[in-house]
Design a protein around this ligand. Structure first.
Ligand SMILES: *Cc1c(COP(=O)(O)O)cnc(C)c1O
Length: 361
């Protein structure tokens, strides 16, 4: 590693004294809690909702460790991955000085949170098959080289695997190659890892402590509405993120919901297998449609499909009440729509509409 993690963290954040909440100053058991100006009574049917939640979500982290095998000391849990991505910008990037890098086409949130935080983004286009173009990446890295933590530099590089919207994975050796060369923090967003199986980039973290891995309970775990995302990171990064995050960044309800879902791991994993079967079935049927030019092999719970007249097809489906994601104006995804794998009934409804569209052409 060219720089230590401490050197990469914003110096003003390292020096920051965080807010200390009542719930973090006293955490033991007691008879009477009169320290947080809470109400002793509650008026709705959610257990303990009158009390402030644990700012560090210790019970939830223990459960995440037990079920997902991710070390609780290296976890930050947030209000969706969105919060985690935003926190990474706030911890590492000094506004209007540091920069970030993304491999496009990819998840739009990296760019948006960079914009909000005053962080310029360099992009590196993926190859036509959506694999990493190392020649291009190395050329860009040489061009952007020269910055330091003192003068401003590319602090974050985002790799999304399986990638949204392509569904393709970035192999571990490619991630390792980037981790070896990139002087800043390499963030691997594994939001769709449950659908891909394979080895997680978490396995590289011991050798590359400047790797951060993101997960979410929004997809396979069915909790998009509860907002639960997490990062696995080196303890020094965890400490900095904990200083910067809102003290009670996750509601008690979200924490309880997450623990309930993790208790159902067997069922969730069975449903993931079912989604994968549906994905393969759907991909195969999509390929048979005359107006479909390409179905990108997916390792996630969606498929990217290149079609003739994507905008017209999108409007046709929308008018039938079927909403897919139109990605046709995204560089690298021209003519593509992204379709989430639904229930078999929903997929059937989609296929019926697509067959009707085929007949009209
Ligand atoms: C859906 C998704 C997430 C999850 O975001 P949440 O804020 O946790 O719901 C993260 N990264 C990618 C690439 C996604 O597609």
């Amino acid at each position: 590693m060219k720089y230590t993690i401490k050197e990469l963290i914003r110096s003003d954040i390292l020096a920051l004294t965080p807010y200390s909440s009542a719930r973090s100053e006293f955490t033991g058991d007691a008879k009477v809690f009169l320290d947080a100006n809470e109400n002793w009574q509650q008026f709705v049917g959610y257990r303990d909702v009158n009390r402030y939640p644990d700012p560090l979500q210790r019970q939830l982290k223990a459960k995440i460790e037990a079920v997902l095998g991710l070390p609780s000391a290296k976890l930050v849990v947030g209000n969706g991955s969105d919060e985690i991505i935003d926190l990474l910008f706030r911890v590492f990037c000094t506004p209007f000085k540091d920069k970030a890098m993304v491999l496009i086409p990819t998840y739009g949130a990296y760019q948006v949170f960079a914009d909000i935080n005053g962080v310029a983004v360099s992009t590196c286009q993926l190859k036509d098959d959506f694999s990493i173009d190392f020649q291009r990446l190395e050329t860009i890295c040489q061009l952007i080289h020269g910055g330091t933590p003192a003068t401003g530099m590319h602090k974050l590089l985002f790799i999304c695997s399986p990638n949204n919207p392509t569904g393709t994975i970035v192999p571990l050796d490619a991630i390792e190659r980037i981790a070896r060369g990139f002087p800043g923090i390499v963030v691997v967003d594994e939001a769709y890892h449950d659908f891909a199986g394979g080895t997680s980039a978490v396995s590289l973290m011991e050798r590359y402590p400047h790797l951060v891995v993101l997960r979410t309970l929004s997809k396979a775990w069915g909790l998009a509405g509860a907002r639960v995302g997490l990062a696995v990171a080196d303890e020094e990064i965890v400490a900095a993120m904990n200083k910067v995050k809102y003290p009670y960044n996750m509601s008690l309800l979200a924490q309880q919901c997450a623990m309930d879902a993790l208790d159902k791991a067997d069922q969730v994993r069975q449903e993931v297998r079912r989604t994968i079967t549906e994905r393969e079935k759907l991909s195969k049927r999509l390929k048979q449609l005359a107006f479909v030019e390409e179905v990108v092999p997916s390792q996630a719970n969606f498929v990217l499909v290149r079609v003739r007249d994507a905008d017209c097809l999108y409007a046709f489906l929308r008018d039938k009440g079927i909403i897919v994601r139109n990605r046709s104006s995204l560089r690298g995804c021209y003519g593509c729509v992204r379709i989430t794998v639904g229930s078999s009934a929903e997929n059937e409804t989609l296929m019926t509409a697509l067959q009707e569209w085929e007949g009209l052409r």
